[in-house]
Ligand binder design. Structure first.
Ligand code: FPP
Length: 260
């Protein structure tokens, strides 16, 4: 199915993979799926229509990322602060997530995608949690794209959780205070064992991090566009990758020096 979808697109020349260097892809791309509400308002539609359209965009970008060989895609679907939105909007977002899992999981599985979730999943409704557990278990063996969905996620909450886990280990004398280092902190984040994002994409014209992957984006390359998420297409994704491939990453060093 996906193969067909991709070849159809390629036949229409809508996606030209030749313009990116497939040997120098960002390993991990993180996306803040912003601008759904503004997209809908501009069209005189309720905000919820924007979220529905945004879920379609996620489908397209997951397929493209998987097809070109991106290893990890992390998408911000719902933040720890999004509970402040009107109840009907929160409820629609949760339903969209459930629908996404119901409708996409077999297709994702067939295409070797491994789905994971980061965030306070334990606070979500039981029916949704069950779908999440099932989706994770069904795709756990897959070796292709890791699709990491951030749901009820906040970077500060993630760091607070890590501090608590580490402190408990120190108090139980499983860990010595002097042994706490960056690697230990990373091991206690939701993203343990996943490389840090190389590229962070934020559509819709805002230039904020919005409590997303605060620790992990320390050396990510940021890419912004005015396009709202529902209008964001595979070509925008490839443009972000092309631009990323022009950047010089120094990780605090200087050009042409080896990392110590
Ligand atoms: C931000 O746009 C977007 C969100 C808070 C939700 C993102 C959710 C989806 C794209 C769809 C559901 C997800 C899945 C996994 C199926 P905004 O509402 O803040 O837009 P605005 O800034 O224009 O108001």
């Amino acid at each position: 199915m996906w193969k067909k979808w991709f070849s159809d697109k390629a036949a229409n020349k809508q996606i030209d993979y030749n313009t990116i260097d497939l040997t120098r892809l960002p390993c991990h791309v993180a996306i803040i799926m912003d601008g759904n509400g503004r997209w809908a308002q501009k069209k005189g539609l309720p905000r919820t229509f924007g979220h529905r359209a945004g879920a379609e965009t996620l489908r397209e970008i997951v397929r493209t990322a998987s097809e070109i060989g991106i290893k990890v895609l992390t998408a911000y679907a719902f933040s720890t602060e999004n509970w402040r939105r009107p109840a009907d909007e929160v409820s629609l977002l949760m339903s969209l997530l459930a629908e996404y899992l119901d409708n996409e999981i077999n297709e994702l599985d067939k295409n070797n995608v491994q789905i994971r979730f980061i965030g306070k999943i334990e606070e979500l409704a039981l029916t949704l949690r069950k779908k999440i557990e099932k989706a994770q278990a069904q795709t756990a063996h897959n070796t292709g794209l890791i699709l990491n969905l951030a749901v009820n996620y906040g970077g500060r909450a993630e760091l607070t959780r890590a501090v608590k886990i580490i402190t408990e280990k120190v108090l139980n004398q499983e860990l010595a205070l002097e042994d706490i280092n960056e690697a230990i902190i990373e091991e206690n984040l939701y993203t343990a064992n996943i490389p840090a994002p190389d590229l962070l994409i934020r559509p819709s014209g805002d230039f904020r991090i919005s409590n997303f992957l605060l620790w992990q984006v320390a050396y990510a390359e940021f890419w912004f566009t005015e396009t709202n998420w529902p209008d964001f297409k595979s070509e925008n994704f490839l443009q972000a990758i092309r631009d990323y491939q022009q950047r010089e990453r120094r990780f605090g060093g200087i050009k042409n020096t080896k990392k110590r």
